[in-house]
Design a protein around this ligand. Structure first.
Ligand code: SF4
Ligand code: SF4
Length: 342
């Protein structure tokens, strides 16, 4: 990555942070889905299908223009698999046209040198690839063995930041592989992050034995500046709830392929309002609404967004439309970044 690009991104991040702190009336981060279809079929995933068509680029432009009008500062694109969208680079360029930060979450399978160069030209600033294991198995083909050549191309060609996300918990067969994946990311000059997943019954359990050891060794890797493990995860590892105010629907928006605003990938249906109708009043209401699922939530990007407002404006409106059972289901799938489907 060029030094000039790095400096530009630092400056834009500074402005992003300053705007987020200065005002509570705009979304800090929006997550948008240009395509629900995926070229893989990970068995734990509830965020893809194998039939749907790409959202037409003109429709994506309208949605991005509306996000810009709401004052959104950063946009994450995921899916499904966004690299399957024929106009992905145009979508990224539109985000940059509005001076919003742009991040792409992908399974990486469709990356080639040429595609990475096209992403450079589009103005992409961040990419996250999730890698679940070293060798493909029946659960996931997002494997270091398959993707390593693509990671090398990224290391050589990409003019954007790359983060590699690995996972532990919830019955992943070989937790120590997360460490191998994290080390490979560091070796190639990328950052790495770690996700904690829950078990198949939808409950979060404290990490034990090897999983716990891997978690703390990844944290140590982080001391060298390459791995991010946040304080929310520290509690989840011990099976403890987090006390925080989820600002989904206000500071964080999840826009599905149908153009509806949802709290997040795991709370789709709330508030379920078309983006084109979303207003400052909706943002204000959701900013003040408690989310029943917050204590055991594993969605890292919403945790991060919430830190802007932790010390201000306690939430006083009751949770709407969610019961505890649904809240547990909300955390049934893999913790993503922003993973968003990857
Ligand atoms: S699952 Fe997490 S991010 Fe989604 S609404 Fe609940 S607390 Fe917020
Ligand atoms: S986790 Fe990602 S790569 Fe796997 S099926 Fe879901 S969207 Fe596709």
């Amino acid at each position: 990555m060029k030094t000039s690009t790095k400096l530009k991104i630092y400056w834009r991040e500074f402005k992003f942070l300053a705007k987020g702190v200065f005002s509570t009336r705009h979304p800090v981060l929006a997550h948008i889905i240009p395509m629900r279809r995926c070229n893989l079929s990970c068995t734990y995933c509830n965020e893809y299908d194998d039939v749907s068509k790409p959202v037409p680029v003109e429709e994506m432009y309208k949605r991005l223009d509306k996000l810009a009008a709401l004052g959104t500062t950063a946009v994450i694109i995921s899916g499904g698999e966004p690299l399957m969208h024929p106009d992905l680079e145009k979508i990224i360029a539109r985000i940059r046209h509005h001076k919003m930060l742009t991040c792409l979450i992908t399974n990486g399978y469709l990356l080639t040198r040429e595609r990475i160069e096209a992403l450079n030209r589009s103005g992409l600033e961040y990419m996250q690839i999730s890698i679940d294991n070293v060798q493909p198995d029946e659960v996931s083909k997002k494997s270091l063995k398959v993707l390593d050549r693509k990671l090398q191309w990224l290391s050589e060609v990409a003019d954007f930041r790359v983060n590699i996300n690995s996972v532990i918990g919830g019955g992943i067969k070989n937790p120590e592989e997360a460490l191998l994946i994290g080390k490979r990311a560091v070796e190639l000059g990328f950052s790495s992050s770690l996700g904690i997943i829950h078990d198949g019954l939808g409950t979060l359990k404290p990490l034990k034995g090897l999983e716990r050891e891997v978690f703390f060794r990844m944290k140590a890797l982080g001391k060298k500046g390459h791995t991010r493990v946040n304080r929310f995860q520290d509690n989840l590892v011990d099976g403890k709830p987090n006390q925080w105010n989820c600002r989904a629907g206000a500071r964080y928006l999840y826009i599905c392929e149908d153009g509806l605003v949802h709290y997040c990938s795991q709370q789709r249906g709330y508030p379920g309002i078309p983006l084109e109708q979303y207003s400052a009043a909706d943002i204000k209401r959701e900013y003040d609404t408690k989310k029943a699922c917050a204590p055991y939530c594993t969605i890292a990007c919403v945790h991060q967004v919430a830190t802007f407002d932790n010390k201000r404006n306690p939430q006083h409106l009751p949770a709407k439309g969610m019961v505890e059972k649904e809240s547990v289901q909300a955390i049934r799938t893999l913790y993503h970044i922003a993973k968003g489907g990857q």
